[in-house]
Design a binder for this molecule. Structure first.
Ligand code: NAG
Ligand code: NAG
Ligand code: NAG
Length: 329
């Protein structure tokens, strides 16, 4: 799969899975997570790759309509045609990643941050989600030298709730990471599958699936397969034979993971992930011509671990009642 397509796909999955994973289309939250990728060896050359990451993100509702849940009862059907609401929100994220890369002698600190706005509009059986984001991902030296490049992304996704409760997602996502827009279709679904309505299945084409066991109203265990990766600006500092002061470092991998989520109080939930990363590639390219590959390294499969804490801002959720198909936690 070409990397350009892969990056865009990754963005699509992030946009589309917000709803499917119970992040819900509405409400505010603040999350902190710590990720560890223990060092894994390169496949065809000496060296290892690994990182730790601290990530802070917030979703802040700005303004929207009120009392749209009036008359709704607990357990009312999700596809309630009386559902009408809108909500605008702001999203902010900041991450710090000290990364160890085999051929460097020191750990390099990479930073990423993003800011965006989103609008959710609920109308009968549809929830429309529109978002626009701007972000940076670069190593500290690039930021200090004011060589930062911004990347833009946006999406328009329709979540259609069918009579049976299955949610179909379709729409389009854009990335402007390479100077020109790259649109990609989004096609996904979320479905409760039998077994006492305890299990749900969600997926986004072409390759992201998740099966969730809704153990009870507080606990949930999910198994997922999805692409993961990122692209950072890397300060060259004579590492590669090019005159460019900064190049792109693209990490591409797939993750098979188990995620346990525990909502331990009304507003707080804790998550623990353990995963296996495979089909891993680390690629360095010129920034202005990503076809010019400076180096490409295969990384052996390895584990990943993550713990996260999330605080949901107290408010009345306009769209989705508690205990419904989309457990908000
Ligand atoms: C920063 O990058 C990491 C690794 O790809 C990712 O998990 C995290 O969500 C990113 N954070 C932000 C704010 O973009
Ligand atoms: C790493 O250290 C070795 C010896 O300690 C040195 O020869 C090499 O040039 C260093 N590499 C970099 C990229 O600094
Ligand atoms: C980067 O920009 C800041 C603020 O504009 C300035 O103080 C700093 O000297 C610049 N750094 C370089 C290396 O140009």
């Amino acid at each position: 799969m070409p990397l350009k397509f892969f990056s865009a796909l990754f963005c699509v999955i992030i946009s589309a899975s917000v709803f499917a994973q119970g992040g819900a289309a509405t409400g505010g939250s603040i999350g902190v997570s710590f990720t560890a990728l223990p060092q894994s060896s390169f496949k065809d050359t000496v060296g290892k790759f690994g990182y730790t990451a601290l990530d802070i993100s917030a979703r802040i509702p700005l303004f929207g309509s009120k009392h749209q849940t009036a008359g709704r009862k607990k357990g009312a059907h999700l596809a309630d045609s009386s559902r009408h609401f809108y909500e605008t929100s702001a999203r902010l994220g900041f991450g710090l990643l000290p990364i160890d890369i085999g051929f460097l002698n020191t750990t390099r600190n990479f930073y990423n941050s993003s800011a965006g706005v989103g609008v959710s509009i609920g109308s009968g059986k549809n929830i429309f989600s529109i978002s626009a984001n701007v972000g940076v991902a670069a190593d500290g030296t690039v930021l200090q030298n004011n060589d930062t490049r911004y990347r833009f992304s946006g999406s328009f996704i329709v979540n259609h709730i069918s009579q049976s409760g299955t949610v179909f997602q379709y729409g389009v996502a854009f990335t402007y990471a390479y100077g020109r827009p790259l649109p990609l279709p989004v096609l996904g679904m979320y479905k409760r599958i039998s077994l006492g309505n305890k299990w749900s299945l969600s997926g986004v084409l072409p390759l992201s699936v998740q099966v969730t066991d809704h153990i009870d109203s507080k606990r949930q265990l999910a198994f997922s397969l999805r692409p993961s990766g990122n692209r950072f600006q890397f300060a060259n500092e004579n590492v590669f034979a090019t005159t460019s002061p900064a190049v792109f470092m693209q990490l591409r991998q797939f993750q098979l993971a188990a995620v346990y989520t525990y909502k331990f109080s009304q507003y707080f939930s804790l998550g623990a992930d353990a995963g296996l990363l495979f089909a891993r590639k680390l690629k360095f390219t010129e920034q202005d011509d990503t076809k010019t590959i400076l180096s490409q390294i295969t990384i052996k499969p390895g584990p990943s671990f993550k713990i996260s804490l999330r605080y949901s801002l107290p408010h009345k959720r306009p769209g989705i009642p508690e205990n419904e198909a989309m457990n908000n936690y």
